[in-house]
Ligand binder design. Structure first.
Ligand SMILES: CC(=O)SCCNC(=O)CCNC(=O)[C@H](O)C(C)(C)COP(=O)(O)OP(=O)(O)OC[C@H]1O[C@@H](n2cnc3c(N)ncnc32)[C@H](O)[C@@H]1OP(=O)(O)O
Length: 416
């Protein structure tokens, strides 16, 4: 076993991409073989300086990558983030501090670049809190028992609009503009680059076995594209030759509640479809209540989703909007020295300022708990009850909730 100092942690060259991908596959317990097709497909993702590897000689034993991302803050402002993905340490080299070395280097570079946040989707809950990340959105999957849902089996009222099944190249044309409208209205949503659209429409294929889903587009009466749903359907017949198919949604985005209503109803009214799996939705998604019988939609998965690490408290708090008016002094504790300090938030519905202050604090909290509060999905009162936030002034938790909480919950539709 070599000492950590014998292991070189550094950005990889393009020539090392294949070895890096092999280590990535090994770390995620996939067959550690990189096909020429995978390497060619992933070439479009490669970015100098943002792919980090840990090397023992020529052998890559840990992987880490980051890329530029925008996260929608409460109110619709787009915030620059350092999105982290592909984190692995080979089983033979775990728990020797390699993740910590890669993470510390990446967060320092992100701070230096001026990113406001770092983000990731955590494989396991207990890994990332130590680096200042907190869970900021969660996801829910429902499974609908279609015959019990109570929807008209003749299909949705299209309100003068129409639904069309379209090919992948049309999705790549019309999807980005719809997504842009959706994400600006959805705190917690993240940017999608061209590679995302290519990967999710089969134009690039990193694994064998891609199957093309159905892409359904909803256009409103005036022709505006308001919804896009990608779904696949398995083929299953019950004993007496009754259809028993399940439609599984790979992704659904909509810019209006009408589009959500129409597309879910459409999917539930397709002949043979007895069950619909919704894919990851917001925890307060409209879906169950779009059914005349909401309990026909059962929660089948629920999990933390986007994790956020605040690198710049002032810009993060000034980027979002506030429904109410008030001030809040936060003592932010950050063991890494990146974002700690005492900050005065002065918020109004017309704008907010955040400045360093010497005034006495209302709340003391770790930077990871500030991340959890930032998108409005958590309550400072609840975190105080858990002992994670300390009220320095009686009632400060309720005051913080009045400023920070939101009427709809944040949602990140994407995995990265
Ligand atoms: C954004 C993404 O890509 S999420 C994907 C994350 N990757 C995976 O889950 C793949 C399988 N696991 C792995 O590759 C590795 O075990 C990793 C990346 C999770 C951890 O890498 P390591 O190099 O072992 O972490 P490192 O040695 O730096 O550990 C730092 C600390 O985190 C703790 N830690 C690391 N992983 C875990 C875990 N899964 N659960 C709980 N604690 C953990 C360690 O115990 C250590 O704590 P200590 O400082 O108190 O001793």
């Amino acid at each position: 076993m070599s000492a950590p100092a014998d292991i070189d942690v550094r950005p990889i060259t393009e020539a090392e991409h294949s070895e890096w991908l092999r280590a990535l596959r090994a770390g995620f317990l996939r067959e550690p073989v990189v096909s020429a097709a995978e390497l060619a497909a992933r070439r479009g993702q490669f970015e100098h300086g943002r792919f980090i590897g840990a090397f023992e000689g020529d052998r890559c034993v840990a992987t880490f990558r980051s890329f530029a991302q925008e996260v929608t803050a409460v109110g619709g402002h787009l915030v620059a983030a350092d999105a982290i993905s592909g984190v692995t340490v080979t089983a033979t080299h775990r728990r020797r501090g390699l993740l910590t070395r890669m993470m510390n280097e990446d967060l320092a570079a992100a701070k230096e670049r001026g990113d406001v946040l770092a983000t990731l989707i955590a494989a396991e809950y207990r890994i990332y809190g130590r680096y200042g990340f907190g869970p900021a959105t969660s996801g829910t999957e429902w499974t609908i028992d279609v015959p019990r849902a109570g929807l008209d089996p003749r299909g949705p009222d299209l309100r003068g609009g129409r639904i069309d099944l379209v090919d992948p190249d049309e999705v790549r044309k019309l999807g980005p503009e719809l997504h842009d409208r959706m994400r600006r209205a959805t705190p917690g949503a993240i940017s999608r680059d061209e590679w995302w659209w290519q990967l999710n429409t089969g134009a690039v294929r990193t694994e064998p076995g891609w199957t093309e889903p159905f892409f359904a587009v909803y256009r409103a009466a005036d022709g505006t594209v308001e919804g896009l749903m990608a779904y696949e359907v398995d083929e299953k017949w019950a004993d007496t030759m009754q259809p028993s198919n399940t439609a599984s949604v790979r992704g659904m985005i909509a810019s209006t509640p009408a589009a959500e209503r129409v597309l879910w109803h459409y999917l539930c009214s397709i002949d043979w479809v007895m069950r619909v799996k919704s894919g990851w939705r917001a925890p307060d998604d409209l879906l169950p209540h779009l059914l005349p019988n909401p309990p026909a939609a059962r929660i089948t998965m629920q999990a933390d989703w986007l994790w956020v690490r605040i690198l710049d408290v002032v810009r993060a708090l000034e980027a979002r909007t506030y429904e109410g008016e008030g001030t809040l002094v936060l003592e932010v504790v950050d063991g890494s020295g990146t974002s700690g300090g005492r900050y005065l938030l002065d918020a109004t519905p017309d704008g907010a300022s955040c400045t360093a202050t010497t005034r006495s604090a209302d709340l003391t909290l770790d930077v990871r708990d500030l991340a959890t509060l930032w998108l409005g999905d958590e309550s400072a009162v609840r975190l105080a009850a858990l002992g994670r936030v300390r009220e320095e002034r009686a009632g400060a938790g309720r005051g913080a909730d009045a400023l920070l909480r939101t009427s709809r919950r944040p949602w990140c539709p994407d995995m990265f």
